[in-house]
Design a protein around this ligand. Structure first.
Ligand code: NAD
Length: 256
């Protein structure tokens, strides 16, 4: 069995040969930024039953419940800053053409400086009126939340706002799925970070990548279904491991 340093070197070598990298991220990459994953004990779903607070039908039935949960999550998101793993992804972008496909809704890849990010599950950064489709930025929603819950649209005065994230039971826009699938088809390395790969359609992306002969690197704390066909699997905190991989990649590139 290879030790971690050998795996880091192997990952850096794979990346140094890559022409097009797809980085697929999940909640795990943001845990070290202070955003717990939702399913762990103490996570969001232990306090707010997702069937009651985070489905599309529960939103329409009780938007105030949704916003009680969303308001708490927004406090966590507001305090979060990109961690060394988010920064390391931006470093990789300097060497390899990269698309980041994230399941996260926290905007931390963009805050770190990533240029090409597909947000499969949307974003908390903006919200939209469900009636007139007027768009609101973070600060505007903050002001409305200080006044009332759920926040109402000030443009049409009747609609309720909804964060631009995908709720359970809500479809992901087709163009978003298509872009993510294209990245999985065209990349020659897929780097998967901090995802249990239990949520579809994101979990399909490694399968598509493999079918198109991409190499697969996984960095997660626990096994996923894709480990069996991954080229390299690193079970270590991503804020520790990704900067090490970038460091080795830089050494290789300087030697060339
Ligand atoms: P998940 O919670 O199912 O899995 C997270 C994985 O990350 C776990 O397998 C865990 O072992 C791993 N992990 C935890 N800390 C890690 C670390 N420091 N380094 C490396 N790996 C680590 O997450 P998922 O697959 O993204 O699916 C959950 C859903 O919840 C997604 O839809 C996502 O949108 C949403 N979510 C988003 C955020 C966010 O935006 N930051 C946070 C929580 C949940």
């Amino acid at each position: 069995m290879k030790n971690l340093q050998e795996l880091v070197l192997q990952a850096a070598n794979l990346l140094s040969d890559a022409q097009y990298l797809c980085v697929l991220t999940g909640a795990g990459i943001s845990v070290e930024s202070g955003i717990p994953d939702f399913r762990s004990p103490g996570g969001l779903w232990s306090r707010f039953d997702p069937y009651e607070y985070a489905t599309l039908s529960s939103f329409y039935a009780h938007p105030e419940k949704y916003w009680t949960m969303a308001k708490e999550l927004r406090t966590t998101l507001k305090a979060a800053k990109p961690n060394p793993a988010h920064i390391a992804v931006t470093e990789l972008e300097k060497y390899i053409k990269t698309t980041v496909v994230t399941q996260n809704i926290d905007f931390l890849h963009q805050a770190a400086g990533s240029q090409n990010v597909i947000e499969m599950h949307g974003t908390y950064r903006t919200s939209t009126c469900i009636e007139c489709r007027a768009s609101y930025n973070w600060r505007e929603v903050e002001r409305l939340l200080d006044k009332e819950l759920p926040p109402l649209c000030t443009k049409c005065s009747t609609g309720v706002l909804k964060s631009d994230t995908i709720l359970f039971g809500e479809g992901i826009p087709v163009n978003v799925i298509q872009s993510a699938m294209l990245a999985a088809q065209e990349c020659d390395v897929m780097l998967i970070i901090g995802s249990s790969l239990e949520i579809q359609p994101a979990a399909l992306l490694p399968v598509i990548a493999k079918q198109h002969h991409s190499r697969i690197i996984i960095n997660n704390l626990e096994p996923t279904f894709a480990d069996s066909y991954a080229d390299i699997v690193l079970y270590e905190k991503t804020g520790t491991i990704l900067p090490l991989i970038v460091k080795e990649l830089k050494k290789i590139r300087l030697e060339i």
